[in-house]
Design a protein around this ligand. Structure first.
Ligand code: F3S
Length: 649
């Protein structure tokens, strides 16, 4: 039987296990990526592992989430990251050089390679045939030290594309259509492999918009085959020699097939406040808009901004709103400037920002209260924009630019008809992506050879090995789809403590309950209870590390998001799956005791535990850890275990 493209790349990198869906496999990692908000902890963990040098083919450290250095703590973090990259042999991309996924795609991503990144949108370069997976920082630190990455072998789903996109529809509409059909949970445990005759009609930047936002489906990753379009993109980036032809075998078998006819797509939009609340733009047309932003790792490239620039060229945006364009990379910004498009944007009334994630996580350009913000981003979780009760819509650059010109949400086809002289801008690549590389410091040009730690850079917290007893108060009972933004918010007043766990933990779950951190600290043996898809969203391991630091010992949920569950193991927290009936019966404040000898049961392969609530009633909770995850949990977390293993070797 033939192989899917995903299986081929995994097979080439397999060091443990079999490619059987649901089985744990260990794979060798070629490249790693980390960014400023997760990177400080990655390097502190790398230091704690007492490793001398990066062992992967390539490691790259980006500074993109918090680039505005309005507190010395941010600048200290950036300096620490530069010193870590220099000390251990990684590339360093300076603050303002761009968003990790965009810069990585431009400079390093290559077909057939495996990549692990401490950011949930790491799958972005799947659009050029790289198998890229998001993970917690500790997994990235271990991979960077040469250790395999362990993941449950996903099911590979064939997304067969037919036809071609009609005018005004875009790659963003394709991934929004996938979200409309499948929901934010629809990709859990899956890889989406795009195939079919429609693939060749999409350029690499369009493909990476799709693979980027596969994360919103909960997918392990998404990938496209390579072809002349991939070769052409790499050649334009000056990396034509890295092209490799890759595709699935003709007789490859997929777990499932989804067919999308591109020619049926129309402009779509995600309504507040979940990326899968997708409707045709026409359904929400007429909604007043006060802010429009084009940018982010989803739609921040040259080929994304150019359509918006063409649409506003020679016109002015409405006076009662603001439009911001934040290029995803300096390369994109530099090209747009050299070709005169930045001037056109400015003349139309657009505010051109530095290359940063910024507003995507509520850092800068926070919407006004009770206002609508239309963005080309990938997430609109409530509060992520920096204000509670926000109203953020997600769409293509074309729909965003149309909203800025009209002052309200409008289908660009209707606006074009109204204006009479506006054409669908299509997608165009530059002849050559010849931006400067001044902001990338290569390992052999490193400016530091030892770690520079400012006063805000703390230590990595460690947990004791797992004991026999786990029990305590239900500190919080949460609903479905709790995101890592709920657990550890990413706003600027909090982000600066990412390297200081003692301080950061004070903000744990503060968006759900302001008293949580105080109560958790006082109780010292807390339990968390949640509904479905607990921990969806970003890869941030702080969302496991901080509850652990506050004394939480177990999380009981109806289901978990993949990366977060791995992070719970990595930090020694017991994730147990409960059914809907048990969830309904548990109340916040209930005392929950795990009846079994936990350490013993974890070690001996138990697949369920009995929980006793208020000494009154009992229920069964499922535990589906692999042998390796059991070992990690028993040791008190992955850092402790890996250290022990290195000492033994
Ligand atoms: Fe940055 Fe937002 Fe992407 S935070 S990495 S632009 S999802």
């Amino acid at each position: 039987m033939g192989q899917t493209l995903t299986e081929k790349i995994l097979d080439d990198h397999l060091v443990e296990g079999d490619l059987e869906p649901g089985e744990e496999i260990g794979i060798e990692i070629d490249q790693v990526l980390t960014q400023d908000t997760t990177g400080t902890m990655v390097w502190l963990q790398f230091e704690a592992l007492e490793l001398d040098e990066v062992q992967t083919e390539l490691a790259a450290q980006y500074c993109d989430h918090q680039t505005y250095q309005f507190d010395f703590k941010n600048t200290d973090d950036h300096r620490f990251l530069r010193s870590a990259a220099g000390t251990y042999g990684a590339y360093f991309s300076r603050p303002g050089n761009g968003i990790c996924h965009n810069v990585h795609k431009e400079n390093f991503a290559a077909p057939g390679k495996t990549m692990l990144g401490s950011d949930s949108h790491t799958p972005t370069p799947g659009g050029l045939g790289e198998l890229a997976i998001g993970a917690g920082g500790l997994d990235v630190a271990v991979a960077m030290g040469g250790g395999p990455y362990f993941v449950e072998m996903p099911e590979v789903v064939n997304v067969r594309l037919e036809g071609e996109l009609p005018e005004w529809a875009s790659a963003k509409d394709l991934i929004l259509e996938m979200l409309r059909r499948l929901s934010v949970k629809g990709g859990v445990g899956k890889v989406f492999e795009y195939t079919g005759p429609g693939v060749e009609s999409l350029s690499v930047p369009e493909r990476t918009t799709i693979t980027n936002m596969g994360t919103e489906l909960g997918a392990t990753t998404s990938i496209f085959p390579t072809d002349d379009r991939t070769k052409d993109y790499l050649e334009r980036q000056g990396r034509g020699d890295e092209y490799v032809e890759l595709s699935a075998d003709d007789d490859a078998e997929y777990a499932d097939e989804i067919v999308v006819d591109l020619s049926d797509l129309e402009p779509l939009i995600s309504t507040p406040s979940m990326p899968d609340n997708v409707v045709p733009v026409r359904e929400v047309a007429g909604e007043d808009v006060e802010q429009v932003i084009v940018g982010s790792c989803t739609n921040g490239g040259y080929a994304d901004i150019l359509p918006a620039a063409k649409m506003v060229e020679g016109r002015e945006i409405q006076k009662d709103l603001e439009m911001i364009v934040a290029p995803g990379s300096k390369q994109a910004g530099e090209l747009l400037a050299r070709e005169g498009w930045t001037a056109e944007l400015m003349a139309a009334g657009v505010n051109v920002s530095e290359s940063t994630c910024g507003p995507c996580i509520g850092i800068g350009h926070v919407p006004a209260s009770d206002s609508v913000s239309v963005r080309t981003f990938n997430r609109n979780f409530e509060g992520r924009s920096g204000i509670e009760n926000d109203s953020v819509y997600l769409c293509s650059p074309q729909v965003a630019a149309a909203a800025a010109l009209k002052g309200e949400i409008v289908d660009p086809r209707d606006l074009a008809e109204e204006l009479g002289d506006m054409e669908s801008p299509g997608v165009e690549l530059p002849d050559k992506y010849d931006g400067s590389k001044a902001d990338i410091i290569e390992p052999d040009e490193a400016v530091d050879d030892e770690l520079i730690k400012g006063p805000n850079i703390g230590d990595v917290p460690l947990k004791d090995p797992l004991g026999a007893d786990i029990g305590g108060e239900t500190l919080l009972k949460m609903e479905d789809n709790i995101t890592t933004d709920h657990i550890i918010p990413a706003t600027s007043d909090i982000l600066k403590y990412r390297s200081n766990i003692d301080k950061l933990s004070e903000f744990t779950l503060s968006r759900v309950d302001e008293t949580f951190a105080e109560r958790a600290k006082a109780s010292d043996h807390g339990i968390l209870v949640a509904g479905e898809n607990y921990g969806q969203g970003s890869s941030r391991e702080h969302a496991a590390m901080c509850p652990m630091y506050l004394g939480v010992e177990a999380v009981l949920a109806q289901s978990f998001a993949r990366i977060h569950k791995a992070n719970l193991y990595n930090f020694g927290l017991l994730p147990l799956t409960i059914d809907a009936e048990t969830y309904d019966r548990i109340e916040q404040g209930d005392h929950i005791e795990v009846v079994d000898d936990v350490a013993e049961a974890v070690r001996s392969g138990a697949e369920e535990f009995t929980i006793r609530v208020n000494d009154d009633w009992e229920a069964t909770a499922a535990f589906d850890a692999s042998e390796r995850e059991r070992e990690i949990l028993a040791a008190g977390g992955k850092l402790t275990l890996t250290k022990q293993q290195y000492e033994e070797d």
